[in-house]
Design a protein around this ligand. Structure first.
Ligand SMILES: Cc1ncc(COP(=O)(O)O)c(C=O)c1O
Length: 384
């Protein structure tokens, strides 16, 4: 039986969780002012890098006494730079509830060989944050991109903590409120919520993180690409646009354009509202259908960016194959690209709901998910 296709298609089928959709107003010709073929250390290049740093501070409301640096190797580079520079000074707690957090656990335990206390939760759940002692150094992911589970708030982090909080916020920054007074190191990449280009990461340091950097030398060697201090002092230039190595000025220009767009939609508040509206469009659909559910168990921890869904219909026996077929069908139809669950995550769909996605596109997508589901279910019964 052929299931009728919905009448409306998303105008933009890009729902990938990274690189994420470019801002709706994006046009590559708008990058023509990029100082290409010029040194990033010339005044013109440095000014663009500084503007990227200060634009980030403005939109995210980062305190004036926090340092913001543009670093190599995207969010991964920024997180590992933080771990390699700062850990080892005191006890460490590693928190993980999905794939990326698990990767930072591997770094701490297997690579740095730290005797870390590891706290994990299954996909869809979150670690019991009330058990975390922030007098230890704590490494965690604010928004678990592969499970769609996020930290609800920073209340579990003590204001007078003696440890450092190291937070991978790559799929949270520009979509969720980050309590800067509770975060000592925060990292994210341009390719996520603002739909920028890959390869560049950002690291935000609190005064206490800087103090640690200037008072502690780790036992292991640090490659040049990770070094944030020289002679026991912070390399201030990194936080003023003098990057460690050569950045892409095209990617910088693209990020500046994304920041302009963020301003045009009302800054952080506007971005959060857009992400929430997108997530609500998915939630309204889930509410009306009993064969699909969120991977996140608790609404308080449900992501408004990487929204992860599972199929709960009892007729589905091979969940992984079923979800894969649905994602493929939607891709082939050109209505949704890249929405299969992450390779290490439970089978299902992951629909990016960050602010660069238009709510009208999420609304248009959901009947297509139903169409693909019904078509696959019909195909199942045909093969029995
Ligand atoms: C939570 C989280 N951490 C780290 C990464 C790695 O980011 P990047 O590829 O920008 O280094 C990702 C990418 O999706 C992520 O979602």
């Amino acid at each position: 039986m052929a299931i009728n296709e919905p009448a409306t298609r998303p105008e933009n089928p890009r729902f990938s969780s990274g690189p994420c959709a470019k801002p709706p107003t994006f046009d590559v010709t708008k990058l023509s002012d990029a100082p290409l073929g010029r040194s990033h250390r010339a005044a013109v290049g440095k000014a663009r890098l500084k503007a990227a740093i200060e634009g980030t501070r403005e939109i995210l409301g980062i305190p004036a006494d926090y340092k913001i640096g543009i670093v190599p190797a995207s969010d991964t580079g920024a997180v590992e730079m933080a771990m390699w520079n700062l850990l080892g000074a005191r006890k460490v707690e590693m928190l993980a509830w999905e794939s990326f957090g698990a990767g930072w656990v591997t770094d701490a335990v297997k690579q740095l060989k730290l005797d870390a206390q590891v706290k994990t939760a299954d996909y869809g759940q979150i670690v019991d944050l009330s058990t975390v002692d922030t007098d230890n150094d704590v490494v965690f992911t604010w928004n678990g991109t592969t499970s769609g589970v996020r930290v609800p708030d920073g209340d579990w982090i003590k204001a007078d903590r003696t440890g450092l909080t190291i937070c991978d916020a790559t799929s949270a920054a520009f979509a969720q409120v980050l309590p800067w007074d509770k975060l000592d190191v925060t990292t994210f990449s341009w390719q996520k919520v603002l739909g920028g280009e890959a390869a560049h990461g950002m690291i935000v340091l609190s005064p206490r993180a800087v103090e640690r950097l200037e008072s502690y030398t780790p036992a292991w060697p640090l490659p040049k690409i990770f070094r944030l201090t020289k002679g026991g002092k912070l390399i201030e230039g990194i936080f003023e646009g003098a990057t460690i190595n050569t950045p892409s000025m095209l990617a910088v220009e693209d990020y500046l354009l994304a920041l302009d767009w963020a301003r045009s939609v009302g800054g952080l508040e506007g971005l959060i509202a857009r992400a929430n509206a997108n997530t609500k469009a998915v939630a309204d659909f889930v509410e009306m259908h009993d064969w699909i559910d969120f991977l996140a168990h608790d609404p308080a921890t449900m992501s408004n960016t990487s929204v992860c869904l599972t199929f709960t219909d009892a007729r589905v026996k091979d969940g992984a194959a079923f979800a894969k077929d649905i994602a493929k069908r939607l891709d082939t139809e050109g209505v949704a690209y890249d929405i299969g669950a992450y390779r290490d995550a439970p089978a299902g769909l992951r629909i990016w709901c960050g602010g660069t996605v238009e709510t009208s596109d999420v609304v248009a997508l959901m009947p297509w998910v139903e169409w693909a589901f019904e078509t696959e279910i019909a195909a199942l019964s045909e093969t029995v």
